[in-house]
Design a protein around this ligand. Structure first.
Ligand SMILES: NC(=O)c1ccc[n+]([C@@H]2O[C@H](COP(=O)([O-])OP(=O)(O)OC[C@H]3O[C@@H](n4cnc5c(N)ncnc54)[C@H](OP(=O)(O)O)[C@@H]3O)[C@@H](O)[C@H]2O)c1
Length: 286
């Protein structure tokens, strides 16, 4: 049984990134609280206890975070109310006495980013700066782990990415970075870390790597923007969501994700994982 008032809180542990951070901390013997929406989904990890809160529920967040010093904040699922949820969470965290927030943002976050969801991240970053709470921002490129989700219903990749490139990054590397930052006694306070894979890849190159991984041919079929909206109409998704999906590709076309940085090797002391390594690890994990 651990103390109810652990100083470190981790959100998103029912998901992929937060789950890796929580299990990594647990393996290091670092007690922490898991702030989750549904306790039934929380991972069973040594040295953790559960607190329940949705980001948009200020009272629940205050209760969940009372006594916490540092919070790892995974960005919420994409919804029209996402920035409001983030603002509510940050304000309630500060009210609860939280001193430090490590926030998972997106590469090139800006009010004018082509990728529409990156604008949410900019707004959240701005709120962290405005509130004045000590923070570290992890600006992640597209997750390499996410590239299999690029495949459409026919098993190919379609989108208006042209010949643009992205430096896709492993969630395992982001989790290592997060753990290094959360356990660093403030060395990264005030820093924005720009987190990328080791190489920039075109969509054709990503398709080729996925082909090798899956043992079948995956093609990249470039679309115009109009074609991209038309081919996604079958999902019946709202416009804000389709805008997000399509602008993932137009951001690549615009070159906004095509920079390799050295923050991962500098912080964790090894090269960033390649897309091939990420896919191979998926295989070995079953
Ligand atoms: N860089 C990229 O390529 C990329 C791609 C996709 C997503 N993202 C962003 O990166 C985040 C982490 O990625 P992931 O793969 O770990 O996503 P994931 O597996 O979907 O996990 C998201 C986690 O956030 C929690 N969450 C979502 N909305 C919340 C809210 N309003 N209040 C409290 N908790 C909430 C979820 O809880 P529940 O289990 O209760 O839903 C889950 O634990 C995503 O949430 C998304 O914002 C980035």
């Amino acid at each position: 049984m651990i103390a109810a008032q652990t100083a470190l809180a981790v959100t998103g542990s029912t998901g992929r990134l937060g789950g890796q951070v929580a299990s990594g901390l647990s393996q290091l013997g670092i007690d922490h609280r898991l702030v989750v929406r549904d306790p039934a989904k929380a991972p069973a990890l040594t040295g953790t206890h559960i607190a329940t809160a949705d980001y948009g529920d200020a009272a629940a967040v205050r209760t969940a975070l009372t006594g916490a010093h540092t919070v790892f904040m995974v960005s919420a699922a994409e919804t029209p109310g996402r920035v409001r949820q983030h603002v509510t969470f940050i304000d309630a965290a500060v009210d609860a006495g939280v001193q430090r927030i490590v926030y998972v943002s997106f590469f090139g976050a800006s009010p004018t980013a082509t990728f529409t969801f990156a604008r949410d991240h900019w707004a959240t970053e701005e709120h962290l700066r405005a509130v004045g709470v000590t923070h570290t921002i992890l600006r992640d490129n597209i997750y390499a782990d996410f590239t299999p989700h690029f495949l459409g219903t026919d098993g190919n990749i379609r989108g208006p990415a042209g010949d643009g490139r992205a430096a896709v990054v492993a969630q395992a590397d982001i989790a290592e970075i997060a753990i290094a930052v959360l356990t660093s006694d403030g060395r990264y306070d005030g820093r924005t870390l720009n987190l990328t894979g080791p190489a920039t890849l075109t969509m054709s190159e990503i398709a080729s790597i996925l082909s090798d991984h899956l043992g079948r041919t995956v093609s990249y079929i470039p679309e115009t923007i109009d074609e991209a909206y038309a081919s996604r109409a079958i999902y019946g998704a709202p416009k804000w969501q389709v805008d997000g999906w399509v602008s993932t590709y137009t951001a690549i076309a615009a070159g906004e994700l095509a920079t390799v940085t050295h923050d991962i090797p500098e912080v964790v002391g090894h090269p960033a994982r390649s897309l091939e390594q990420v896919l191979a690890a998926t295989d070995s994990a079953g």
